[in-house]
Design a protein around this ligand. Sequence first.
Ligand code: IYR
Length: 326
Amino acid sequence: MDTFELLTRNADEVVTEDEVRELAQDPDGKRVYVGYEPSGVLHLGHLLTANKLIDCQEAGMEVVVLLADVHAYLNGKGTFEEIRETAEQMRAQFLAYGLDEERTEFVYGSEYQLDDDYALDLHELELSTTLNRAQRAMAEIQSGETAKVSHVVYPLMQALDIEYLDLDLAVGGMDQRKVHMLMREELPDIGYEARPVLHTPIVADLTTGEGKMSSSEGVTISMEDSADELEEKVNSAFCPPTRDPEGDLENPVLELFEYHVFPRFEEILVERPDEYGGDLAYANYESLATDLESGELHPADAKGTLASYLDELIAPGRTLLEELRA
Ligand code: IYR
């Protein structure tokens, strides 16, 4: 696969394609990051962006994972001490998941976000950004109904992180796009260069195929699910025999194959008894989706296979969490 394709596969949005194409010419040693508000257990939302970091690492880039402790604090996620504790667990789970330890730098936001230079630059951004703009950028990130002053400082800090961590590329889910657009517009106003960004898709709710999979509502798959729980969750998933169900619905089983399984395995094997046609092997997402649509692959077999591959992906993190808690 060519480097541009590897960097951008499964991205919903690339801003701008020309800038990422240029980066793909010489990716060696270039720096890419994702920032996460620390939480104790990783879920599939975290792993989707982590897959993109693994793609970037494969292309030769250096990965920075920002454990955004100050951001989580500003977003009302707990006391600073609680947040720091969950950040440590998060770091360990990312490594268990498959980020290359040698080429991944984990940074706590509080290591540099409380410095004088950062604070002064932040104030400069506060002066150049309208309140309305900052509030809009937070619409999909803000926790709690009422906007606090901290919620408008948050996206400005996220923009500044890109300069302070000396990055060449930022990655985030589609829920981060308004913050990144603010970054692209506002950083040049205070004398810094805007950087290219990639946005990964948001997976639909597993049981309905609507909206987004969320840890606060509906069913989420996380690092602590047992093999049985995974099987149960995947079996209850919405899986019509099409990749494009009517209206705003998605096929979450196919989405999980596309964004979580195929990027991490060379070949997917569907095991079936001989009387049901025997095993099937797929080297890419397209051929599996085509077989599901034609009826060659039964949704029940697709689900069983999905559950076992997801289990393989999360098993190292699950074991680690058990050890941490023992
Ligand atoms: N806004 C992210 C967390 C975050 C991301 C980046 I990229 C930062 O520089 C800082 C924070 C979230 O919603 O989890």
